[in-house]
Write a protein that binds this ligand. Sequence first.
Ligand code: ADP
Ligand code: TRP
Length: 326
Amino acid sequence: MKRILSGVQPSGNPHLGNYFGAMKHHIEMQDKYESFIFIADYHALTTVRDPEKMKTSTLHLVLDYLALGLDPKKTVFFKQSDIYEHTQLKWILDCVTPHGLLERAHAWKDALEKGKKEPTAGLFGYPVLMAADILLYSPDLVPVGKDQKQHVEIARDIAIKFNSIFGETFKLPEPYIPEESATIKGTDGQKMSKSYGNVIEIFADDKDLKKQVMSIQTDSTPLEQPKDTNTCNVFYLYTLFASDSEIKDLKNKYESGGFGYGEAKKLLLEKLIEFFGPYREKRIELANNLDYINKVLKDGAQKAKEESEKMMEKVRKAVGYVNNFV
Ligand code: ADP
Ligand code: TRP
C-alpha cells in the first residue's frame, strides 16, 4: 500500500475551500493509502504569537478533522510539535540546503515583496522544516494544494542533495494535487480565502452561515427574467453539494424566470445545513470529550515516533553521529 503524508496549519475556521481543496481529500485517502496527517503547529509559529491562540486553533483543527471523518484507526494523526525529530532533522537538512534554493521559494519572495516587517529566519527556513516533515516518513505522495507544490519540490531537491553527499537515505517524495481540488470560489467569485473575507465556514452556526450565504454577490437580473447559471455564484456553490437531479431542478428554475436569487440562496443555505449538520453535531460531541482527543493525539504521536525515530537513527549514522565508538 502506498503511503501519503500531509500537514495542515492551524489557521482559523475551515471554509468550503479548505474542505473541498484539502480536508476532504485527506479524509478520503485514508481508505486507499497508508496515511499520515499532522497539524503543522511548528510552521504556525512563523505567524502566531499568542500561546492561547496556538492552543485553541490547534485543538479546533483536530476537532474539525475528526468531526469530518478522519479516522485515527486508519490515519496516523498527530501534532508536529510532539515529534522532536522534525526540528532535529531540520538542522541537518539546513546544512545541505543551498541558500539560493530557499531564496527562490515563492512564499519567501512574496513575503519580501509584500514588505513583511522583519521577516524571520523561521520563515526563510519554512521549506526546510517542511522537507524534514516529509522525509522523516518516506511517503510516496504528498497531497497538497497548488500553492504548496513548490515546497514539495524543494523537499525533493534537498533529499537528492543529502543522498548525493551521504548516500541513499531518503525516498524522493512526489507532490500529489488531486484533480478535483481545483480552486473553490468564494462569495464574490474570487478564490475563497480567509484573507479575502469571502468565505463560507463549514462549522459556522446557523446565524453566521445565513449571513455568509446572504452576502454572496449576484448580478442585477430582474426577478422575472431567466438567469445565467454559468455566472451565478449561488448556483456554483450549490453544485458543490447537490445531487445531479437537484442541480438540474435548480437550473430549470433559473432558466424559466420568476425565480429570484433570494430563493436560490435559501436553497443553498438549506443544503449547507443538511450537508454539514451531522458533522457539526459530531464536532460538538468531540469538543465535550477532550480525554478522547488527548488519547487520539497521544496514540498518533506514538505511531509517528516509531517511524521518525527509525529514520533519524539512519540519518545520524549517515552523517557520522554514533552512540558508541568502537
Ligand atoms: P486561506 O487561503 O483561507 O488562508 P489556507 O492557505 O490556510 O487557506 O489553505 C489551507 C488548505 O486549503 C491548503 O491546502 C489550500 O490549498 C486549501 N485551500 C484554501 N483555499 C482554497 C480554495 N479556495 N480552493 C481550493 N483549496 C483551497
Ligand atoms: N506548508 C503547508 C501549508 O501551509 C503545511 C505543511 C507543513 C505541509 N508541513 C507539510 C504539507 C508537509 C505537506 C507536507 O499548507
